[in-house]
Design a protein around this ligand. Structure first.
Ligand code: HEC
Ligand code: HEC
Ligand code: HEC
Ligand code: HEC
Ligand code: HEC
Ligand code: HEC
Ligand code: HEC
Length: 272
């Protein structure tokens, strides 16, 4: 379990005593939590404990819309809007599938520490996307578990496609990544067309065993697109240039070669 979630102070706030015996609520909470677990199993994902606020119960997304209309109004079209717990007693837990049960939060009018904010605790996401925790534990990864950036920096939980810039909207992947990585974004006098296809062509952005989160650590990364020609004399040509003695020297982007792999202001060979 996540420390952030667990660290939520169990102390009651004034005005919350009307909620009745906390014990009964806790039991109800467990039951409802179980129904979410079922919904996760039904999408064939590995499941860990859902986020929790001690003593809180599920109230349904309708309740949230009373105070967060700006967020709820776009939610119907979001990837995660389709998530619902199955069964006769199922509440519509759209918002609460990530934010945890919201009764204490709603009734207190939005008091601090009464609701899970996944910006601070990615465990809210791992309950259904457990494989992602593994990816963020690989040797080279975006520092999400370290709390420096959050899933929400690259994913839109509240409207539209959860993968920002996914599909055909390449320009938005530029925006997503370029917001923090301005140097790689360009513009460049000599563009590398590969970058137009998206940063994820070469980078496994959750995490990778390779430095710089590269999908491959060798020339294989580049050979996906750049044809390697073998002549009868045993010489290797790439891009019309003889690379026979160059390839053994290191990766294509090592010093003295195509160091400016994202684009160059100086020359089309992407050397500097
Ligand atoms: C009675 C009004 C009200 C209701 C109902 C309500 N909220 Fe809030 N919520 C607030 C207020 C006020 C804040 C604090 C806003 C701020 O700090 O800028 C807040 C903050 C939040 C935050 C940010 C908390 C943080 O620690 O950063 C989240 C997440 C949130 N609400 C989710 C929900 C969800 C999910 C529901 C439905 C289960 C819900 N809210 C229902 C009023 C409400
Ligand atoms: C897929 C998980 C998910 C679902 C479902 C979800 N949220 Fe969120 N919510 C997040 C994440 C992630 C953040 C933090 C965003 C960030 O990193 O800036 C957040 C932040 C918030 C905040 C804090 C203010 C803000 O914009 O940062 C509020 C309020 C909120 N959500 C309300 C809602 C409401 C209302 C719903 C249902 C209509 C909902 N959320 C559904 C994941 C979710
Ligand atoms: C209750 C379970 C649940 C929770 C919690 C949840 N997700 Fe999801 N998520 C799903 C399901 C189900 C899909 C549907 C698509 C699929 O099956 O891959 C999905 C889809 C996605 C996708 C898009 C996948 C695609 O291929 O388009 C992203 C990105 C994503 N989730 C990120 C998040 C993030 C970030 C959080 C936390 C803020 C989160 N999810 C929380 C269940 C969940
Ligand atoms: C640095 C940006 C970034 C961060 C941070 C990030 N993601 Fe992603 N994620 C992406 C991109 C880009 C894709 C598109 C798929 C691809 O080609 O890699 C993606 C795809 C996904 C998918 C769907 C495809 C798949 O791999 O299953 C899920 C689910 C997902 N992310 C969950 C998460 C969760 C959960 C977190 C936080 C713990 C997170 N992501 C943090 C950028 C990010
Ligand atoms: C919210 C800011 C943010 C966003 C958005 C973001 N990153 Fe990052 N990125 C970081 C941080 C912080 C690091 C870690 C830097 C460090 O450890 O020195 C990092 C590291 C990296 C690295 C490894 C750099 C190195 O020197 O090893 C690559 C590659 C990378 N990001 C690519 C991407 C791509 C591709 C995207 C878009 C899918 C993206 N980033 C989106 C903040 C961000
Ligand atoms: C053609 C493959 C490819 C594409 C596409 C690509 N990168 Fe890279 N990227 C690399 C390689 C190779 C390195 C390692 C360079 C090195 O170690 O000198 C790298 C390194 C990085 C680094 C570490 C700092 C640096 O420049 O060495 C960041 C940050 C980064 N890339 C972000 C991005 C972003 C953001 C995008 C999309 C705009 C992107 N990359 C697209 C191949 C690519
Ligand atoms: C997604 C496909 C793709 C990948 C992967 C890719 N490239 Fe490219 N690259 C292109 C395209 C398309 C061009 C422009 C047409 C051409 O010159 O072949 C190009 C052009 C180049 C050029 C300029 C050639 C010239 O003289 O004009 C260099 C140098 C280059 N790439 C190096 C690399 C390196 C190094 C890598 C691996 C880190 C790599 N490329 C990965 C697609 C790709």
């Amino acid at each position: 379990m996540n420390s952030e979630v667990n660290s939520v102070p169990p102390k009651r706030r004034p005005g919350l005593s009307r909620l009745g015996p906390p014990k009964r609520l806790a039991v109800l909470g467990t039951l409802l939590a179980a129904s979410i677990l079922v919904s996760c199993v039904s999408v064939t994902r590995v499941v860990v404990a859902p986020p929790n606020i001690p003593g809180a119960t599920f109230v349904g997304s309708e309740t949230c819309s009373q105070c967060h209309e700006n967020i709820t109004k776009g939610f119907h079209a979001a990837t995660h809007a389709r998530l619902k717990a199955p069964g006769a007693n199922a509440a519509n837990v759209g918002c609460e599938s990530c934010h945890g049960p919201g009764s204490l939060h709603s009734e207190s009018g939005g008091a601090h520490h009464t609701i899970v904010n996944p910006r601070k605790s990615p465990d809210a996401c791992f309950q259904c996307h457990l494989d992602k925790r593994g990816e963020f534990n690989l040797p080279h990864h975006h520092p999400v578990l370290e709390g420096k950036i959050s899933c929400g920096d690259c994913h839109n939980p509240h409207k539209g496609d959860a993968v920002i810039g996914g599909g055909t909207a390449l320009a938005t992947e530029f925006d997503t990544c370029g917001r923090c990585h301005t140097a790689q974004r360009g513009p460049f006098v000599f563009e590398h067309e590969a970058v137009r296809e998206g940063c994820t062509t070469c980078h496994a952005v959750h995490g990778s065993v390779n430095p710089r989160m590269l999908k491959e650590r060798s020339a294989v990364l580049c050979m996906k697109c750049h044809f390697q020609q073998q002549t009868t004399g045993g010489r290797i040509f790439i891009g019309g240039q003889d690379h026979t003695t160059r390839l053994p020297r290191g990766s294509c982007w090592s010093a003295g070669c195509h160091e400016a792999v994202h684009g160059s202001q100086i020359g089309s060979s992407l050397r500097f």
